[in-house]
Design a protein around this ligand. Sequence first.
Ligand SMILES: [Zn+2]
Ligand SMILES: [Zn+2]
Length: 350
Amino acid sequence: MKEGYMKALVFQGAKNFEVKEVPIPICTEEEILIKVHFAGVCGTDNRIYQGTKHIEAPRITGHEFSGVIAQIGAKVTGYQLGQRVSVYPMIHCGHCHCCRDGRTNICTNRITIGYELDGGFAQYVKIPKEAIACGNIVPIPDDVSDEIAAISEPITAAYHGIIQAKLRKQDVFVIVGAGPIGLFHTQLSKCVPLSKRIVVEPIEEKRKMALSMGADIVINPMTEDAKKIILDQTDGRGADAVIVDVGVPAVLEQSLEYVKKGGRLIIFAGMPVGSKINIDPNIIHYKEIVLTGSSSSSASHQAEVFRLLSSGKIGTEGMISACFPLEEWRKAFEMKNNYIGVKTIIDPWA
Ligand SMILES: [Zn+2]
Ligand SMILES: [Zn+2]
């Protein structure tokens, strides 16, 4: 490699990613340069590849990553060279009506490292001053590995979903879908003493994982009557809260039937752009069901997730299924595409 250059996976347009040698980003006096240890592959990276999530090209994607601080701008204080960190990738503006309401996760002017700015599928990533000002550089506790830290962002997003579910003691919580997020929801919901966690998932392997991660009951919606089982498990009431971790509108319509009167339905998964759902508004009206979403999260939640990981309140066994070098990004993306494993990470130095 030429002096001053690094390896990166560059998005060149839909269906066109390329591993290239590109200049190491120049860190100004207000910025920080991070040497990336590992970067997680997200469903969104796949949507960028497929062209269903539009971003400008060329761009280095990857919004889930861990590393060490390699360079600190002269005007930046509060960080040390060599410090192990993860970065909350979404930068909020601080002045829009959402930010003023304290809901920085839905900031109307948000930009994200890995979408609008170059991200972590590279050996180095530059953190702009706005991200530093937002407190987005989050130190990694000593007892949390670099690999797990690289997937702390999706766990953090899942954590926000748990907060949106407003779980209370003895609630019955239904998690629809046991992909990575559904499994994180299963784990994170253990922080609340619920009466039951029920996971609805068609793939047997994932149902097994959900059971090992704390699900009390798993349902195969292809062969079992999920609604009937959930009603049977709740004396006919329905679940207190249902979170939908599958981006399929029909699954969302079905999930509404699992919710009790006065219960809550949280749409965690993004759906294809332009999706429509067909529901009888009377269900919402007469049952007073609260229907809400969960989008993104915050750096403070990421720090909280690190505390939960560090205290062992959430386990990490089985969470990372494979690690690939940058050159094998296709394999990593295909695992995601084919719903294999939980999380896949990339080692840009391998
Ligand atoms: Zn992600
Ligand atoms: Zn804002």
